[in-house]
Write a protein that binds this ligand. Structure first.
Ligand code: NAD
Ligand code: ISE
Length: 338
């Protein structure tokens, strides 16, 4: 039987996930959608034979919705995720789990009180074939103990509404989650260096930024975030270990050899760059709902990412190294604290 999904938020990524659930993923159907922009919701619903509902609460409470997909604006995520947990329904929440640490903790506590995981957070890089291969090699000990990671996160441009704190909260949050997972190591402090600013940015924005993280084991991670690089969407990652290094492969692209040079196209946005990862992520979520066992990035991972982003923004403003103080990890998420 198909998993009947209700979607809250039919903007850019909501529409992309709805298309994915309808055309790329097996075992799911979208039965209900809502958006505070009712016309948008109606037009999206019409395209997939779903019905529109007045609010997120209606979607979550609907008897024929088995699982909920939250793709609304970040500050609204907590309300919808908490309602889904209250209703005992699995919920996929796009990043961030919540914009406030306190809300993330309320979600963690709600799951802990129920004694089961219901939340998967949309950190799709964990489903990217290149990152997965890197993780297998790190876990197998092929580069020895990881010592450093060098990461690059470049977007061609960003809209005027994008502000300096979003470099961590919206952009580097992906590296923060991916590196915690890849190294199986917790981030304990953050620092931000402000290089010379590109002239090709809106005046209010510090771009680029270099973020430096330290992990519990003493490994160092540097992340260059440059969201007005002009030329493309470029994601790089290299992990350096005691006896070798691993580098994230660029997406396969045909090389054009002509006029005494080789030219290879670069992806232009995250949708294109991580298309396969998004498909795999959504398939994994649907399968986990069908089997009744949540998997993937957890509410705890969502909490940790938001807390680390908070420290990074503080570091951007203060120029200092800012410690990250996480709560004890409950047993539900593999910790010792019940
Ligand atoms: P968007 O503005 O295009 O769409 C958000 C939609 O949510 C809008 O249509 C808005 O009207 C609607 N909305 C807002 N509050 C609502 C509410 N309470 N109930 C119902 N609808 C509501 O934004 P987007 O780019 O689609 O981003 C949505 C989320 O997805 C954000 O949290 C963003 O960070 C995340 N995102 C993740 C990735 C990724 O790489 N994983 C990429 C882009 C966006
Ligand atoms: C966007 O919200 C994303 O999540 C993309 O993956 C990221 O590359 C971009 O910088 C963000 O704005």
């Amino acid at each position: 039987m198909s998993v009947r999904v209700g979607v809250i938020g039919t903007g850019m990524i909501g529409q992309d996930h709805i298309r994915r659930l309808t055309r790329a993923v097996t075992g799911a159907e979208v039965v209900a959608v809502t958006d505070i922009d009712g016309d948008r919701a109606a037009s999206v619903a019409g395209g997939v034979g779903a019905r529109t509902m007045p609010s997120g609460a209606d979607v979550t409470g609907s008897a024929d919705v088995d699982a909920v997909l939250v793709t609304s604006w970040g500050p609204t995520h907590a309300e919808h995720v908490l309602a889904a947990i209250e209703a005992g329904k699995p919920v996929f929440c796009e990043k961030p789990l919540a914009t406030e640490v306190e809300d993330c903790l309320r979600i963690v506590e709600a799951e802990r009180a129920r004694g089961e995981r219901l939340v998967q957070v949309g950190f799709m890089r964990r489903y990217d074939a290149g990152y997965r291969e890197m993780k297998e090699l790190v876990d197998a000990g092929d580069i020895g103990i990881p010592l450093m990671a060098h990461c690059v996160h470049r977007n061609p441009t960003v809209p005027e509404a994008y502000h300096s704190a979003m470099a961590a909260q919206d952009t580097a949050v992906h590296e923060i989650d991916t590196l915690r997972w890849l190294l199986d190591d917790e981030i304990v402090s953050a620092q931000v260096i402000r290089p010379r600013r590109t002239s090709k940015r809106f005046e209010h924005l510090q771009d680029p930024q270099i973020m430096l993280f330290e992990t519990e084991s003493g490994a160092r991670i540097d992340v260059e975030v440059f969201v007005n690089c002009q030329y493309g969407y470029d994601i790089q990652c290299e992990v350096v270990g005691e006896s070798g290094t691993i580098r994230l492969p660029d997406p396969a692209r045909t090389g054009l050899r002509s006029a005494a040079s080789v030219r290879t196209a670069i992806t232009q946005d995250w949708k294109q760059r991580f298309a396969d990862a998004f498909d795999a992520e959504m398939q994994s979520w649907v399968d986990s709902v069908a089997h009744g066992a949540a998997s993937g990035p957890s509410a705890w991972d969502g909490y940790a990412a938001t807390a680390i982003c908070g420290a990074t923004v503080e570091a951007l403003h203060s120029g200092q190294v800012v410690p990250v103080a996480l709560k004890d990890r409950p047993g539900l998420y593999g910790g010792t604290n019940q």
